[in-house]
Ligand binder design. Sequence first.
Ligand SMILES: [Zn+2]
Length: 446
Amino acid sequence: MILPPPPEERVPQGRKHLSADALLELLRRRFEKIPDHRGRKCPISLADALMSAFAMFFLKDPSLLAFEERRNDENLRNLFRIAHVPSDTQMREILDPVEPRQLRPLFDAVFRQLQRGKALEPFVFHQGCYLLSLDGTGYFSSSSIHCDSCLEKVNKQTGEITYQHQMLAAVLMHPDCREVVPLAPEPIEKQDGSEKNDCERNAAKRLLRQIRREHPHLKLIVVEDGLASNAPHIRELQNQNMRFILGAKPGDHPFLFDQVLAAFEADRVTTICWTEGEVLCEISFLNGVPLNESNQDLLVNWLQYGEYGPNGEERKWTWVTDLEISRQNARWLVRGGRCRWKIENETFNTLKNQGYHFEHNYGHGEKNLSVVFAMLMMLAFLVDQVQQLCCPLFQAVWKKEGSKRALWESLRSHFRHFTFQSMRHLQQVMLYDLAKNIPAPTLDTR
Ligand SMILES: [Zn+2]
């Protein structure tokens, strides 16, 4: 049954081209541009199969089978413009050969809409630059199921092979924004023609180059953990015209920390202290130190933040950066370095624990299926983040439902029981509880 929408003047208004309906339409058009690897006209188009998988992640269905139960649901046509919904087997077969890189332009398309709507302005962090955090995460591990793109880990003692999938995510973030904006992730996988397992460093190199190709003028400060603070990687960042704030551990950088110690003794390190409650906070910094002994020409700026509790508790973070540190910006740069946790908390943990089923196996395939699914799930997460950031109607529904899990549950339940003309219609019905206004049927009591 079709429920009437509430009067328009009651509905929170937002930027139209950033609404769920506009974004779904945009994605649909982009999916249609991906060439069909089957090269002939098939009853179920590639765009339909891709949009169906996207809809499954958008609705947070727990399995392909759960999604398949929706095959005759009119809402899939009305809201996602899917003409023919594939069965679970068909979906796996059609999507397995899709090259994951063909999905990159979809992330880009959503990003352009954000730029167009000036929605990224709150993300500007320092000197017109955005913070871009990079981090890898695993989402699949098995001793039996595997495909061509699985990473293989061999147990040295038993010889047993573990098959894994990992991806390197890149998300735009800001210390004061709860939302994050994921760019297209890079699969960490075995590369064609190479038997050696790919590693996060190689994936980072590919990813940074792709980001630069896709966004030649985007001003970026890349934030990464201690693994990244090595000379080849820093030179790669410089080649891509990206600035950086990278974790740095004393154990990895004895030469650098010796230089800093000498500078402390010579009174050349600047220190800023303040207290927060009983905790003493302290920032120390030193500009223009060689990164290590063999790369003395590579100068970095050293930044450290420490918290010291009344009972001797101590926590310390250290970074190297190419941003000139001053008394004025040191605290702000520390916040930039520290907000790297957002990629773990706001991205991976949300995907793993807030209804997205990131580590669930929707089907592995023989070639790319597992990676294609992971990328489409990240794309659904991006659309959700855009709505959370820019769509007052979504924000109102989220607030009403109280949590993301409750929100997805209510979304699925409405989707299943009623027919809607648009996502906006659905969200309005959720917000104003319009489903509760259905008149009771007249019971035949004869
Ligand atoms: Zn695999």
